[in-house]
Ligand binder design. Structure first.
Ligand code: NAD
Length: 436
């Protein structure tokens, strides 16, 4: 099948590459010329495990190409995906300007029946807006489909190639058939395609993210209670997660959730509810618990060191909002580091892949260490913010010999509090009993 994907970011590039891997002819379109020039030369602008090799393989085979010329990609395509950003707008609602601009541009160039697919996360009713936008500039027949994306950064290729489910909101049989055919190679083991109407599909994506974020905020609030009553949230997590009605996924307490999706999607869903006369109280709470949780590590540090951190040096392990990505959008490390700098401290950080993205935010205001141990040399304390695997089993003796003060703030509950204290560390976790 001939496919065009508008927007070559985390979602667009992964989707395009996986569709090419599935044997389709795919053109990636982006307005960012530097990105497209790089991709043409094999430079993948984001870190995503396995992506670079897959891009290279499919580009070489002639199934995957890159352009800034939307018409070049769209004209021959049977299916055109819109995978541009939908950032948070002024009042928290999703900003649809990029989606609607792409829709208009698609409408101007299509020459035959085309399925236009909203892959970006967009509020209920956007398929109707996209349809109107296109219809205003063409007489050609087309369908608009909602096909939200559920991939997780850091595991995006696996998620796309073997999805838990593919949600397709379509209003015509013709569009359903084409989408079913396109996704069939990814659902060979069993049929994971769930067809529905466009509005339900649009809402499904927000509902999924809101449910996941709710679980995290619930556990973070539970962690606060654990600290007050002297219980261990890790024990509570295992105790409740083993109940098959609850399950173990997404139950980790920690230094808040971040990323490009959860924070903005919760606000956008809240906005949708509000516009429709519903005050979605639970979402407000999920958001405010998370905002408070972003400050948890700084609060623990200020309680331990006092409010003036002048002359202190802190190490930070992990900058990206989660492991296996270089994405810094809404990363908890930003709130922590800005807080530490604001209190007069200096910071040295290590992340396996996110230094370049972090530099765009912090510049030279912090130092970047090439290794985890470089980020503990002479420090008054270490913050573990992102649970990369390489941070799980460090050489504790080496750490201790390098640190000025052996104090660890474990924002992901990676270490065992008892063992850390036996090793001679002053240890602070999230919800691991009363802070000692
Ligand atoms: P991104 O910012 O990484 O990429 C968006 C790309 O679109 C950019 O390269 C930008 O230059 C390009 N673009 C903008 N306007 C354009 C236009 N008119 N024509 C061509 N290209 C254009 O964003 P992302 O993280 O890939 O997210 C895209 C959408 O997918 C969002 O709605 C997001 O909520 C959703 N989503 C993201 C994830 C994720 O993990 N990142 C997962 C599921 C869904």
């Amino acid at each position: 099948m001939r496919v065009a994907v508008i927007g070559s970011g985390y979602v667009g590039l992964v989707a395009a590459t996986c569709f090419a891997e599935g044997g389709n002819d795919v053109v990636c379109v982006d307005i960012d010329k530097a990105k497209i020039d790089g991709l043409k030369n094999g430079i993948v602008p984001i870190y995503e495990p396995g992506l670079e090799e897959m891009v290279e393989r499919n580009a070489k085979a002639g199934r995957l190409s890159f352009t800034t010329d939307l018409a070049e990609g769209v004209k021959p395509a049977e299916v055109v995906f819109i995978a541009v950003g939908t950032p948070e707008g002024e009042n928290g609602d999703a900003d649809l300007q990029y989606v609607l601009a792409a829709a208009r541009d698609i409408g101007k160039v299509i020459e035959r029946y085309t399925v236009v697919v909203d892959k970006s996360t967009v509020p209920v009713g956007t398929a109707d807006l996209v349809r109107k936008e296109i219809a205003a500039v063409t007489d050609v027949e087309f369908d608009v489909v909602s096909n939200p994306e559920f991939l997780k950064e850091g595991a995006a290729i696996d998620d796309f190639m073997s999805p838990d489910r593919v949600v397709i909101g379509a209003e015509t049989e013709k569009a359903r058939e084409i989408m079913g055919e396109l996704y069939a190679p990814f659902c060979r083991k069993n049929d994971r395609i769930i067809f529905m109407d466009t509005r339900s599909a649009e809402l499904t994506k927000y509902a999924a993210n809101a449910m996941l974020a709710t679980r995290i905020s619930f556990m973070n609030e539970m962690a606060r209670l654990c600290e007050r009553v002297g219980a261990d949230v890790e024990m509570v997590r295992q105790g409740i997660g083993s109940d098959s009605r609850i399950g173990l996924s997404f139950l980790f307490a920690g230094a808040s959730f971040g990323g490009s999706c959860f924070p903005k999607d919760i606000k956008a869903l809240y906005g949708t509810a509000r516009e429709n006369g519903l005050d979605f109280e639970l979402l407000r709470a999920v958001n405010s618990v998370n905002a408070e949780q972003k400050r948890i590590l700084l609060q623990k540090a200020l309680r331990h060191y006092g409010t003036n951190l002048e002359g202190k040096l802190f190490g930070v392990w992990g900058l990206a909002f989660k492991p296996k990505t270089d994405d810094m959008r809404e990363a908890p490390s930003i709130t922590l580091i800005e807080g530490l700098l604001g209190k007069g401290a200096r910071v040295v950080a290590h992340d396996p892949v996110a230094h370049e993205s972090a530099r765009k935010i912090f510049g030279d205001r912090i130092a970047y260490a090439d290794t985890p141990y470089g980020a503990v040399e002479g420090v008054d304390g270490l913050f573990l913010v992102t649970e990369w695997n390489e941070f799980r089993r460090p050489d504790f003796d080496r750490m201790q010999s390098l640190m000025k003060q052996a104090v660890v703030f474990d924002g992901r509950n990676v270490f065992n509090p008892k063992k850390m204290r036996e090793r001679g560390f002053k240890y602070f976790g999230i919800g691991r009993g009363k802070d000692q």
